[in-house]
Design a protein around this ligand. Structure first.
Ligand SMILES: [Zn+2]
Length: 380
């Protein structure tokens, strides 16, 4: 199911805290960074915070710049991004500033919390949406995409919400402002809590950008650890976007598709990449990528192959099609953007060969257009 691009935004102290233990919110950023955050908000369709953050910080979550609001309106968008919060209990303070400022608001809660929230927020015009017996983030994100038309979601905390979204593999990007101060209080709230994260302790996020903003440093990270089984993670979308961009490197051909492929280990390490006709005029992308990896590499068994097009099922030019090469390499997970049409090989079913052998195949059709007409500009 398609869902919004999810951007986690936080400012953090040098010792990893979001705030101190005092009653007032500790200001980690300076004016320049608050202005940067305002710009990111203005570029978002919706801003989300957890109910705990509303309780602790009582934020307004507005776009403060009149110019940016005017630019939104001129572009046919609402003056303010949609404000979104989540609360399992539905126990919310109707006097919080969140409800009384800006544009439209949505609350996602549990089936149980919905009645309590509807009563607490009666008359405030808040859309209260039950999202299952327990709050299910997949339901929340799909609803935001489908029903509210949100394509870009900015998440401003707190630590619990950031932790859940990153752990579930649902964060497409992390924007972290590192502030030059030390909180040093054991009970203070941390950015990320303990527990398992995709890729494990050795998994490294990809650093997309660093930039000084006043006296803080902005760091933009992209998660890289592939999803598991049939579930698509945000990192799956990143790697498939890269595969689609690699398809743009293929020498043109009238008799074959242009395809890009990347092989990625479970911890997010790129093992190899390739594209069609890279080495010789009939070489396929998955074949080119797999040929660069030692067949004895133990990481292949838990790796994912990203291919902009479904791996081929039959070929005249080589003894084994790519679906077979992938299985023979020991790979058991494939992510692709579109099924092979009958243009060159009728009835090809590479995905069928893969799934029959027990591999997981994930198709992300939202990348099909990019896969068919690679032109770049997909990667964050
Ligand atoms: Zn092939």
């Amino acid at each position: 199911m398609p869902r919004p691009y999810v951007l986690l935004s936080a400012a953090v102290s040098l010792d990893g805290f979001l705030d101190d233990t005092g009653p007032d919110r500790l200001l980690l950023s300076g004016p320049a960074d608050f202005d940067r955050v305002d710009e990111v908000r203005a570029a978002s369709d919706a801003i989300l915070v957890g109910a705990g953050t509303i309780r602790a910080d009582n934020p307004r979550l507005l776009v403060n710049s009149a110019e940016r609001r005017a630019a939104r309106v001129a572009a046919g968008r609402p003056e303010y991004p949609l404000k979104v919060t989540v609360s399992g209990s539905g126990d919310l303070d109707p006097d919080a500033r969140f409800w009384h400022t800006g544009g439209e608001k949505v609350l996602y809660t549990t089936d149980k919390g919905a009645a309590r929230a509807a009563e607490a927020l009666d008359g405030l015009g808040v859309d209260v949406v039950p999202a299952g017996p327990d709050l299910d983030w997949h339901v929340v994100l799909e609803h935001l995409y489908d029903v509210r038309g949100v394509r870009r979601l900015m998440v401003e905390g707190g630590g619990r919400v950031h932790t859940q979204l990153l752990r579930l593999g649902l964060a497409d990007e992390l924007q972290l402002a590192l502030a030059p101060l030390l909180v040093g209080q054991p009970g203070a709230p941390r950015l990320f809590g303990p527990g398992p994260y995709p890729g494990g302790p050795a998994g490294r996020l990809r650093l997309a950008e660093t930039r000084p903003v006043g006296d803080v440093v902005l760091m933009r990270y992209v998660p890289t650890a592939p999803g598991t089984g049939p579930y698509a993670s945000a990192a799956d979308r990143y790697w498939l976007a890269l595969a689609c961009e690699l398809a743009g490197l293929c020498p043109p051909s009238r008799t074959a598709f242009s395809v890009g492929a990347v092989v990625v280990a479970a911890d997010g390490t790129e093992l190899a990449r390739g594209h069609s006709r890279e080495g010789d005029p009939v070489e396929h992308a998955e074949e080119a990528a797999l040929a660069k990896i030692d067949p004895a590499d133990p990481r292949l068994a838990s790796a994912t192959v990203y291919s902009s097009l479904e791996p081929c099922a039959r070929r005249a030019s080589r003894p084994a099609p790519c679906a077979r090469l992938i299985l023979d390499a020991g790979v058991r997970r494939v992510v692709t953007a579109w099924r092979e049409p009958d243009t060159f090989v009728p009835g090809a079913d590479g995905n069928g060969i893969l799934t029959a052998a027990g591999a997981d195949v994930v198709v992300l059709p939202e990348y099909a257009a990019a896969a068919k007409a690679p032109n770049g500009h997909l990667l964050p």
